[in-house]
Design a protein around this ligand. Structure first.
Ligand code: NAP
Length: 398
């Protein structure tokens, strides 16, 4: 009998050794990468006396073909009930209906943190000289900013009305042939995001949290995000963290909370990545930053991600790349992104021994020159293997 993961009244996840975990295989290359990743996750769990009762649920193209719905209610219910799940990439329906299935799942379960740890794994080909200096964990706000989806289309009656209202009530002049988007950033949304980043930094012994914003221009959204981050540090974390201005840049043994403007941050993560540890940021900044930083350590083929609500306990871990349809069913692409999402999931469940084991085995596999096509084309003397063979090689090295 397998058991359920539950959220305790202490705000801590209670994880049995044999949890039920729902998964979405994913469209396109999901058919290749999911079984490969699952075999590694199962083998690593078993080595530490644990097992996962995988529960398949549907979403995306396959769900649409089999049920007529892109995101069946049963799938949402399974993630809601079992708290933690994992998914491969999904085809985004074109035209009408759901804007993006990933966004829909995040909104329905209020998964307010998009967590993107970015670090270099020994041996992975990289475009920079010192990829080992990159070890950044990005907390990107997931529910506000442009992702709130509050937009009106140019030329519509709604756009005309909004432009007139803003003119009459606020005195704003907006060209009449504009589309208009609204960017909400709240105290609630900002503080719970920064709280999650600070909790993480404290628990993992990280040195700093950088609040990345564009507050020099957007004062009441981006600038406010920064101010609320510092305010929260003083209100709730003063024994374990301190803002730059409150310590003159010398935090002692506390976590240093500092801030940086988004445009210069995109330069500095490249020129001095060692200055960045944990990053907390608004949605759009986080979108650009996570891909830019991931490129330094071997690209999006292996970048993992998680969407988490630390209060309710819900979390969905996911491959960050898309379905790469041209490679679907060829047993060719790199399963690293969904596999490392599984590693994040294990860490989140407290299964750090199994998670560390996978990372070590992955690095040993790459060190032996055994890689999929995407790395092989960037490495000298590599042995190119199929997706499933790469997974087997990792299992052999666990
Ligand atoms: P994509 O599927 O991410 O593919 C773009 C390129 O990234 C591929 O051609 C390939 O590069 C590389 N790539 C992707 N997955 C890889 C893997 N596992 N291993 C190695 N290389 C990999 O992006 P797209 O073609 O723009 O999008 C296709 C579909 O995916 C769309 O329907 C889109 O909406 C959806 N999508 C879903 C998600 C999600 O579910 N999270 C995210 C993004 C996009 P090379 O050709 O250079 O080998």
């Amino acid at each position: 009998m397998s058991a359920m993961i539950t959220m305790g009244s202490d705000g801590i996840l209670h994880v049995p050794d044999d949890p039920v975990i729902p998964f979405i295989q994913g469209d396109g290359t999901g058919i290749d990468i999911w079984p490969a990743a699952q075999s590694v996750l199962d083998a690593a769990a078993a080595r530490h006396g644990r097992s996962i009762a995988w529960k398949e649920v549907l979403a995306g193209q396959r769900a649409y073909d089999e049920t007529g719905e892109w995101l069946p209610q049963e799938t949402v219910d399974a993630f809601r009930e079992h708290l933690i799940g994992i998914k491969g990439p999904l085809t985004t329906p074109v035209g009408g209906g759901i804007r993006s299935l990933n966004v829909a799942l995040r909104q329905i379960l209020d998964l307010y943190v998009c967590l993107r740890p970015v670090r270099w794994f020994s041996g992975v080909p990289s475009p920079v000289k010192h990829p080992e200096k990159v070890d950044v964990v990005i907390f990107r706000e997931n529910t506000e900013d442009i992702y709130a989806g509050l937009e009106v289309e140019q030329g519509t009656a709604e756009a005309k009305r909004l432009i007139e209202l803003l003119h009459d009530e606020m005195g704003w002049t907006i060209r009449t042939d504009s589309g208009v988007g609204i960017k909400p950033v709240s105290v609630t949304g900002s503080k719970r995001l920064v709280r999650a980043a600070l909790d993480y930094a404290v628990a993992r012994g990280r040195k700093s949290v950088t609040l990345v914003h564009k507050g020099n221009i957007q004062k009441y959204t981006e600038g406010a995000f920064r101010n609320w981050g510092y305010e929260l540090t003083r209100e709730e974390f003063s024994d374990v963290a301190v803002g730059w201005d409150d310590c003159g840049g010398d935090p002692g043994d506390r976590v240093l909370v500092k801030d940086a403007i988004a445009d210069i941050t995109l330069q500095q993560v490249l020129t001095r990545p060692e200055d960045f540890d944990v990053i907390a940021t608004t949605n759009l900044n986080g979108d650009y930053l996570s891909d830019a930083v991931a490129a330094q350590v071997g690209g999006i083929g292996i970048a993992p991600g998680g969407n988490i609500n630390y209060v309710s306990g819900h979390g969905i871990f996911e491959a960050t790349h898309g379905t790469a349809p041209k490679y679907a069913g060829q047993d060719k692409v790199n399963p690293g992104s969904v596999l490392l999402s599984g590693v994040m999931m294990f860490e989140h469940l407290g299964w750090t021994d199994a998670a560390d084991g996978i990372v070590r085995a992955l690095e040993a596999t790459i060190a032996d020159g055994i890689v999929t096509y995407d790395f092989a084309r960037l490495m000298d003397d590599a042995t190119e293997v199929k997706c499933s063979e790469f997974a087997s090689a990792i299992v052999d090295r666990l």
